[in-house]
Ligand binder design. Sequence first.
Ligand SMILES: Cc1cc2nc3c(=O)[nH]c(=O)nc-3n(C[C@H](O)[C@H](O)[C@H](O)COP(=O)(O)OP(=O)(O)OC[C@H]3O[C@@H](n4cnc5c(N)ncnc54)[C@H](O)[C@@H]3O)c2cc1C
Ligand SMILES: NC(=O)c1ccc[n+]([C@@H]2O[C@H](COP(=O)([O-])OP(=O)(O)OC[C@H]3O[C@@H](n4cnc5c(N)ncnc54)[C@H](O)[C@@H]3O)[C@@H](O)[C@H]2O)c1
Length: 470
Amino acid sequence: MTRTIKADLCIIGAGSGGLSVAAGAAMLGRKVVLIEKGAMGGDCLNTGCVPSKALIAAAARAQAMREAEKFGIASVEPDIDFAAVMEHVHDVIEAIAPIDSQERFEGLGVTVLRAHAEFTGPREVKAGDAAVKAKHFVIATGSTPFIPPIEGVEDVPYFTNETIFENRRRPDHLIIIGGGPIGVEMAQAHARLGAKVTIIEGGRILGREDPECVEVVRARLVREGVEIIEDAQAEKISKTESGVSISIGAREIDGSHLLIAVGRKPVVDGLNLVAANVAYDDKGLKTDNRLRTTNKRIYAAGDVAGGRQFTHVAGYHASILIRNILFKTPAKNNEHLSPRVTYCDPELAHVGLTEAQARERHGEVRIARWPFAKNDRAEAERETEGFVKAVTDKKGRILGASIVGHNAGDLLQPWVLSLSSKLKIRDFTAMIAPYPTRGEASKRAAGDWYADKLFSPGARRLISLLSIFD
Ligand SMILES: Cc1cc2nc3c(=O)[nH]c(=O)nc-3n(C[C@H](O)[C@H](O)[C@H](O)COP(=O)(O)OP(=O)(O)OC[C@H]3O[C@@H](n4cnc5c(N)ncnc54)[C@H](O)[C@@H]3O)c2cc1C
Ligand SMILES: NC(=O)c1ccc[n+]([C@@H]2O[C@H](COP(=O)([O-])OP(=O)(O)OC[C@H]3O[C@@H](n4cnc5c(N)ncnc54)[C@H](O)[C@@H]3O)[C@@H](O)[C@H]2O)c1
């Protein structure tokens, strides 16, 4: 028999987006129903950010052992127990899982239903034996791996991010189709853990990023033994005795395992969105700038909203929805100010416009730059690859920043703040940065922006003139 539950807010999907909306609304005293058909925590906790970063951390330890010699410590080839590495990955998931758990959310007062949800009308959802009637709905159903229609793909075994962290046997030769963030992060991690790795990329690896930064990452990947084949379309995949074979033109690449990482598609199937009057396309739900769908009582959050696919963006969407739905203040989605970081080594972090985008939109731009090769901390730690690069308009308004180097994701944060707070490059020069930190490179980049003017013949003349007061 169907039971009816009435709520202020019904959220479909307990991933990064749905959980953040649910927690905020429950803590503000609203009656919330959260529906999840799979594991609590969604993609990020179970098959995305958390396992990938845990695997990357293990791989970094292995690499540090190989490179210890530069510190006067004997380098050794690590003895890697791949199954134990995956145990570590799952330990990390388990350690974080309680924060996203059903128990925690029930403790906050949320009604959690573990079932597939689908709309039965514009203001009603069915989930298991429950019919949920709510004043507002949030669709936060995320995304799944896109599997390209390459000939033979249906007849071969392959990993996606949903299965690769279950693999307990080190691949002899992992072929990765797709050189985006998933492809690059997984390539380096597996190579460092002892697998031979080949990336097959249709365009250029990390194609959204500043090419100058990508070159630094590419050089490191190649140095560590990752084979990168770019501008290459996989035309056919076949099963072989030892694994798979990929045809690219006349070339055949044989490997033991295959990972497909060519992008993700929004999860809209099975929601009966027609009954809810919610429009969507291949990119996701159609929303306005307040994240409302074509049904004004139904909102979107996270990957399914059709914008950037990051956990911090899903969390940001949640804050926009809380303001729109609960505080009734029209809050706009400005996710173009959100950063992105690829957690390869060296990391590649970016916010705002790239140099190419800035030149296209603003014409004349100026670049502030500082290499880690001129940073004392980087030198002490023998991690001098990469640089800070910021793009400004003629007057010093910051338009974007890219950092490639060790810990770039953390180093990017002041630049993220500078964009959201509309700071200028001179604000960086006014800051006192602690010595010796890698973060000093950002201040030095800003100083570099002024170098031409500060040390110009005109400035020298002025100083000479002022010396009459000595
Ligand atoms: C390998 C990998 C690494 C990543 N690394 C990072 C990173 O380092 N940093 C970063 O910011 N982002 C990263 N991401 C992206 C990040 O994981 C996603 O952007 C984020 O998880 C999206 O959250 P979401 O809430 O939109 O969707 P999800 O987390 O996918 O949650 C959606 C939930 O909805 C449920 N659901 C779907 N349909 C229904 C239904 N009909 N009824 C009930 N429940 C339903 C699903 O089961 C799922 O649990 C990574 C992604 C991958 C794949
Ligand atoms: N560090 C992070 O924050 C992080 C890490 C992993 C994933 N993510 C998120 O997950 C999303 C999905 O990642 P992704 O790497 O799967 O997708 P992506 O869309 O970012 O990159 C996919 C790559 O595959 C290539 N490609 C597409 N079709 C191809 C084909 N047939 N043959 C060869 N190459 C092909 C594309 O040119 C592109 O470079 C990311 O965009 C990001 O939002 C984030």
